[in-house]
Structures are given as C-alpha cells and as structure tokens.
Design a protein around this ligand. Structure first.
Ligand SMILES: *[C@@H]1O[C@H](CO)[C@@H](O)[C@H](O)[C@H]1NC(C)=O
Ligand SMILES: *[C@@H]1O[C@H](CO)[C@@H](O)[C@H](O)[C@H]1NC(C)=O
Ligand SMILES: *[C@@H]1O[C@H](CO)[C@@H](O)[C@H](O)[C@H]1NC(C)=O
Ligand SMILES: *[C@@H]1O[C@H](CO)[C@@H](O)[C@H](O)[C@H]1NC(C)=O
Ligand SMILES: *[C@@H]1O[C@H](CO)[C@@H](O)[C@H](O)[C@H]1NC(C)=O
Length: 383
C-alpha cells in the first residue's frame, strides 16, 4: 500500500475547504436565522402596526350624525319617572326628528346597542354617576335604556330620603344604577355662623364611591355660575376662607383634589373609572354660524360633518390638562364635539320649568349616545 504523502499544501487546501464548508454552514445558519428574524420582525411589526392602525381608526369620538330609521332605542313615554327637566315628549315637544340620529364614527362602527347583554354584564354590579345635572341626564338615559331591555323584570326606582342620591335597582339582576348629586365633586359643608362652605380640598364621600364597580364623574357648569344660583356662601382653600375667588382657579383646585383622590383611592381591579367630558350649551348662534340666533328653540336638525364651527370651549383644555395627572386607568367620554353638533337635542321650552333650556338634553336623545359610547368602551375592554 502506497502511503501517499499528502503534500502540506494539499492538506492546507483540504483544511481550507473544511474551513469553507464550516463557513458555509455558519453562513447558512446566519441566512436562516436572518430570514426567521426578518420574517418575525416583519410579522410582529406588521401586526403591531395593524393594531396601532385599528386603535387609531377606532377613535369613537370622531364621526358624524347619520339618520337611522330604527331610532329611537326606546319609547321615552314608556320610561317611568323621567325627571321633569329632561322629559321633552311629556312636556309637548312635537318635532321628533331629533330622536332619529345615530352617531357614526368615521373609521369604524360602534357595537350595536344590546341592552340585554349590558344587563348581563351589569349583573350584581353597581354603577354610579357623581356630578351635576349633566351626570343626572346621563343616569336618566341609562335608566330608560335598561328599563326598555328588562321588560320581563320588575324594576323599582328608589329615591332614598337622601335627596342627593337616586338609586335605580334592577331586581333579578342585583344591579344598582345610582346618581349622586355632588355638583363640584368636592364638598359643601354647613358651618355654624358662616353658612355653606365650598371646600376645595375636601372629598368625604369617597368610601361610598369606592364600593362602585363603575364610576362616572363630571363637573363644570356650577363652577361658572353667578351669584343668584350658587349653593355656597364661602370658599375654603386649606385653612383660608374667602368670600369668592376666580372661578377658573377654583375649578382647577377642586378638580385637582378629585384627581388626587383618584390616584390614592381607585382600585383598577374593582373600579372602572369614566370621566364625562364637558358638554356644550347652545345660546349663541354665532358658535354655529347663525349669528342672529339666541337660543335653541328653532333647532330641529344636527349640524352635518365632524367639526363644530367655533371649536372646543376653552374649559375643555383646562380640564384635559388636569386629567393628565391621573395615574390610574380611566376613560374620558370625550363627548364635547359630538354634543356640540346637536343644537337640536336640548329641551328648549319642553320641560317642567317651561323656561328656555339650552343646557340640558332631552331623554331619550343625545345622552343615549353617551351611554352607547360607555357600553362600547366597556365591551372592548373585555377583550
Ligand atoms: C376629544 O375629541 C376631540 C374631537 O375629536 C379632539 O379634538 C380632542 O383632542 C379629544 N380629546 C382627547 C383628550 O382625546
Ligand atoms: C346624603 O348622603 C351623602 C353620602 O352618603 C352624605 O354625605 C350626605 O350627608 C347625606 N345627606 C343627608 C341630607 O342626609
Ligand atoms: C341602592 O339600593 C340597593 C337595593 O335596595 C341597596 O342594596 C343599595 O345599598 C343602595 N345603594 C345606595 C348607594 O343607596
Ligand atoms: C356674572 O355676571 C356678571 C354680570 O352680569 C358677568 O360680567 C360675569 O361674567 C358673570 N360671571 C360668570 C362666571 O358667569
Ligand atoms: C329664543 O329665540 C327666539 C327666536 O330666535 C326668540 O323669539 C325668543 O324670544 C327667544 N326666547 C328666549 C327665552 O330667549
């Protein structure tokens, strides 16, 4: 047997070819890994982007009002105990066109309102609206929406002796839908010798609020109210008591006290938190390009399109700035613009006062949409 003396150069070549082979394997791996990584990045990247797009396109609050013959969602004359401020049909409103509009977001659809489904979701739960008469308005609408869906079930409306609390309970579901009147969210206390004191840094009802599964807060109009109607005689800030002060400053301090309460006390596992954005009034036709108009009495149609001629009221920016300090999960019912478009949805003279009202809203009517938006948010959170 001839022993082939392998020339070193050959050996070198062979070593080199092994080296090449190794490198090819390494390169192959690099290529394979690169393809996987690239594909993965692509896949997840596209997905993340898609999700972002879905989120963006599903801004419920950008949209317009469209006529919908299937509306209204209930017959308000069959809804018991509608507050005299909101009961437009009972007090003689004849133009019923305002009940026929559905809010249509620009880039997605709202889930269909399903009262029976919502009742199931609210089984055993307590939901509370805390705030002024605009919170009362939304509570009233939710009462009517749920009442219409619970036809098989007796429903009791309990006004407790405590007139600041309206408690609507749905037996068979163990659900309570409660409105608590606290116009400023912070406290008004009666002090001997002085009288009623609006306390900008005091919230005493928090223990009751914390027992609620869903909370919807609002405040604005009373801060801006002039002397005749205000329910306080003095304002207290820490230890200082004053006769009056810049109301915007007072609003900022009061709302900040509420934000501090939220940050300290809300338990995201127990309390779902909503804040009802500021709603507009329609006293000034100039706001919607009808400068001669001074109230809402002749308005029978919403504005078309998605924008309101005069833009957002300035207090909205003040509110948003303060709400930015909330560190707990919460959802802003951003209803300002969509409500601005509804100059037709106020009671006007069709209310128990028989005076012109372009501040509150008829029930049924616009507040039903605020509740549909809350429903949409709650069911999309469930996913
Ligand atoms: C609320 O909606 C309006 C109109 O779509 C928008 O201009 C505003 O930025 C929104 N505010 C927040 C806090 O999302
Ligand atoms: C009504 O209830 C609230 C909350 O429990 C309480 O702060 C308030 O003092 C009560 N008012 C009356 C008149 O009982
Ligand atoms: C509302 O009524 C229900 C049923 O009567 C009761 O259990 C609940 O404590 C009441 N809630 C408030 C805040 O009054
Ligand atoms: C209160 O009324 C006065 C005089 O009518 C007016 O100048 C002022 O702007 C009003 N203040 C508020 C907060 O509405
Ligand atoms: C409401 O506006 C109408 C028409 O613009 C006017 O005739 C009427 O006097 C106003 N009513 C009130 C209470 O402002």
């Amino acid at each position: 047997m001839v022993v082939v003396d392998v020339p070193s150069s050959f050996s070198h070549i062979e070593t080199y070819s092994y080296y090449l082979l190794d490198m090819m394997v390494v390169y192959a791996w690099i290529i394979v890994v690169t393809i996987f990584v690239a594909y993965g990045v692509h896949y997840y990247g596209v997905n993340a982007l898609q999700e972002k797009e879905d989120e963006e396109s599903c801004n419920f609050y950008e949209g317009s009002w469209v006529r919908d013959e299937s509306y209204p969602l209930y017959d308000s004359l069959a809804c018991p105990n509608i507050d005299y401020q909101f009961d437009c049909l009972k007090y003689g409103r004849q133009d019923l066109n305002f009940l026929k509009y559905r809010w249509q977001p620009n880039n997605c659809d709202l889930p269909r309102w399903d009262g029976k489904d919502f009742l199931e979701k609210l089984r055993g739960k307590k939901i509370m609206f805390v705030g002024d008469s605009i919170g009362h308005d939304q509570w009233q609408s939710l009462v009517c929406l749920l009442h219409a869906s619970a036809t098989q079930t007796p429903i009791i409306h309990t006004d407790s002796e405590n007139s600041s609390i309206h408690n609507f309970t749905i037996p068979g579901y163990g659900t309570s839908v409660i409105f608590m009147r606290q116009q400023y969210l912070v406290d008004i206390d009666y002090e001997d010798k002085i009288g009623r004191v609006l306390k900008l840094d005091s919230i005493k009802n928090g223990e009751l609020w914390k027992q609620m599964d869903i909370l919807v807060f609002n405040t604005w109009f009373w801060w801006n109210r002039n002397d005749s109607g205000k329910p306080w005689d003095y304002i207290q800030i820490a230890d200082k008591i004053v006769k009056d002060m810049d109301r915007i400053e007072a609003f900022k301090l009061g709302l900040t006290t509420w934000v501090d309460w939220v940050n300290a006390e809300i338990d995201p596992n127990k309390n779902k938190l909503f804040y009802q954005g500021i709603t507009p009034t329609h006293w000034k036709g100039a706001d919607w390009n009808e400068p001669q108009v001074r109230n809402c009495s002749m308005e029978t149609e919403p504005l078309s399109g998605s924008t309101y001629p005069s833009g957002l009221p300035p207090q909205v920016l003040i509110m948003e700035d303060i709400l930015k300090k909330i560190s707990k999960p919460f959802h802003l019912l951003n209803i300002t613009t969509l409500s601005q478009l509804r100059k037709d949805a106020h009671p006007s003279i069709y209310n128990g006062h028989k005076t012109m009202d372009c501040l509150h809203w008829c029930v049924g009517g616009l507040p039903d949409t605020w509740n549909l938006l809350m429903y949409a948010t709650l069911i999309s959170d469930d996913h």
